[in-house]
Design a protein around this ligand. Structure first.
Ligand code: LMR
Length: 330
């Protein structure tokens, strides 16, 4: 009798163990708006690969590229509702949740990506990652795309060449002000609408990185690119606070480790991906790439710089100073 009870208990324990093992994996939906062959697209895929390799059967990551699950305008709401667990919106798209993150849109703020790194990895940059926690949004990392270039169907060497043109901008008041400052007309459009907007003439020009231009075939509908490096497109990888805090601690710790590794990789590869994309645009011979002289670039800088003063109070002068100081190598 004792033996039978022991055997039954043993069998029950085994069944429970196998049931626990067979429990459904936690599904993490990671949605974004760009193509797979971009810094963010590659980062999302690497995160999926490492998470599923290191947490087999426990985590499943579904990546939705090209606005295929949620596009601009809907994705943050979806994150807060729990319909998607990871996003990496461009830093221009947080205005509704925080005024401080607008800092990254200030024109001619960072000289290069090394300066961006120094600011993002410094105390003020890191603090911005948790600045929306009270709204339910938690920043896990910054990912680079790169510096922005201008595009239009007419050559733009100096700011007055852009006068009167309609430019597509992301949903950002700073970017609107940037184009107003050069007497152009900004129009907010979602990323998915950019190609068609340019094709149909809803807008005449835009600003973006080489990898976004090339992967969206923007060179088919824009004859001129100006290598202005006038601003930044980077991302904050974000999650829903409740979802993240509700993960089993060992899974959360492992995912944070993986996110840190992926971040190093994305930030190492981003510039090379953009340069490759620029080369592809040049090889396609659809468009001319205009290089600016130092004097021409200074003219763009001077024309756009009043935007800093306009947003200084909202963003915080100290934060702007810290970002500006990151241009100094220490
Ligand atoms: C854009 O909307 O232009 C970009 O921010 C898209 C992206 O995520 O790179």
């Amino acid at each position: 009798m004792l033996k039978l009870t022991q055997a039954l208990l043993c069998a029950a324990a085994l069944t429970m163990a196998s049931l626990a093992q067979a429990a459904d994996p936690i599904v993490i939906k990671f949605a974004h708006v760009v193509a797979e062959n971009t810094p963010k697209g590659q980062g999302a895929l690497l995160f999926k690969k490492l998470a599923e390799e290191r947490l087999p059967g426990r985590v499943k990551v579904e990546v939705y590229a090209n606005s295929s699950l949620f596009g601009d305008g809907k994705e943050m709401e979806a994150l807060l509702l729990g319909d998607v667990q990871l996003l990496a919106p461009s830093l221009a798209k947080f205005e509704q949740y925080t005024k401080q993150v607008q800092i990254f849109d200030l024109p001619f703020l960072f000289n290069d990506l090394a300066a961006v790194d120094r600011f993002q990895q410094g105390p003020q940059g890191k603090a911005l990652l948790t600045s929306m926690d009270d709204k339910g949004i938690h920043g896990l990392a910054y990912w680079h795309n790169g510096l922005k270039q201008l595009s239009a169907n007419q050559p733009m060497h100096v700011p007055k060449d852009a006068r009167g043109l309609k430019f597509r901008v992301q949903a950002s008041s700073v970017l609107e002000a940037q184009f107003t400052a050069i007497h152009a007309n900004p129009r907010k459009l979602s990323f998915a609408e950019v190609y068609q907007g340019l094709q149909t003439g809803t807008v005449n020009g835009t600003e973006n990185t080489w990898s976004n231009y090339q992967s969206q075939k923007v060179n088919e509908v824009q004859k001129y690119f100006t290598e202005s490096d006038h601003g930044l497109i980077d991302y904050m990888v974000i999650t829903n606070v409740k979802f993240w805090n509700g993960l089993p601690p060992d899974i959360r710790t492992e995912l944070e480790k993986i996110m840190a590794e992926v971040t190093v990789e994305v930030n190492k590869q981003a510039e090379a991906l953009n340069q490759e994309a620029k080369q592809k645009i040049a090889d396609a011979k659809t468009s001319e790439i205009i290089e600016l002289t130092p004097e021409q670039r200074a003219a763009w800088r001077e024309a756009m710089r009043p935007v800093w003063d306009k947003f200084s109070a909202e963003i915080g002068p100290d934060l702007i100073k810290a970002a500006d100081d990151s241009n100094k190598k220490i």
